[in-house]
Design a protein around this ligand. Sequence first.
Ligand code: GLU
Length: 412
Amino acid sequence: MNKVRTRFAPSPTGSLHIGGLRTALYAYALAKHENGDFILRIEDTDKKREVTGSREKIEELLTLFGLKWDEHYVQSERVEKGIYKKAAEKLEKSGYAYNEGGAIRLKIPKNEKVGFHDFVLNKDIKWDTNTLEDLVLLKSDGFPTYHLAVVVDDNDMKISHVLRGHDWMPSTPIHLLVYKYLGLPLPEIGHLTDILDPDGGKLSKRKGSTTCEALLKEGYLPEAILNFIMLLGWAPKDNKELFSLDEFVKAFDPSGFQKANPIFNREKLDWFNGQYIRQLPDKELNSRLKTQDSRLAELSEDKQLAITSLVKDRIKKLSEFRKLAGFFFEWQKPAPRMFGRYYKDHLAAAINAIEEGKSLENVPKEKRFKVGDFFMDLRIAIAGSKFTPPINDSIMILGKDETIKRLKKISS
Ligand code: GLU
């Protein structure tokens, strides 16, 4: 068998979406599973749609997710070498393309069938050429369109398996004709299923982030995002769910491609993220949390780690850190309506116990308070919220003085 060579071929026209990352991941795994090569090809022939910086961002993200490419190409650089022009002229000379207004167009034949076997969907797909239109292959400015460049490059770069999103299916019959007319062998071609919103329809950002950058900013770990998308269109033979990239590559086998469109289940993504957060060593988690909230870095190392370990079991996203632990850095006097009926008694008793170095646990029994009510008032007083890490640990980190200061400001 020839070496497996796959490619990811993004156009630098905007942010890398979760679907794009999935295509890159599957292409990477397909190649690496067979010790093959993974190629990154920047498809920047549509200069009007190009977004400055997006190429660099895509490369940075692929690197962050660990999808290392073995070779890297940029189509605009190949334009300068006249590679596409030569192919277009060859088609023109042999009568499969014609010149119109300075552009070279593919001549679609009448009453023919074109088809291929999709290796992802495991299905034969056919088109009637009467449903297709003559399309531009080479623009008047000498730049190729996607249809020409993709075929020429996949062939030149010896791509054995073309993997792309389902959106590109309508372009495939055009490519099939170009392959045929240029006398090139067909690679394996596969189209990945669409990722759906839980409410149906294609994934959209109405319900939340769908770009890699936005998800990272929200506090999802790259490991968790990657693990989540591994299973959005592929399933292992067993029910294993947690995969590192290496484990995924080992397990990856095209027979695991799913035929049904996967659903972007945010609860599942949260679950993965929680798993990965808890797997991180405290020190590592601490440094990632500092990128979310720079105030953490201002504390002593001991305190930083103590706070990190307190929130570790409780957050699903790094961005929740501010909500959960913000009170360590900043305190606002809670409105009286937040408290229960007996809060003044509760807080006074707590101040006493802390000042005398007694355990808070015994206070409710001694004073005949309801345990839950007592600690809830204390929580609200110290943190301004009903949802905090365990209150005793939090007081230890805040320190006796700061705690008493806060309590007194409320009860006075
Ligand atoms: N440049 C196309 C894209 O941005 C590549 C499609 C393909 O992989 O053939 O998705």
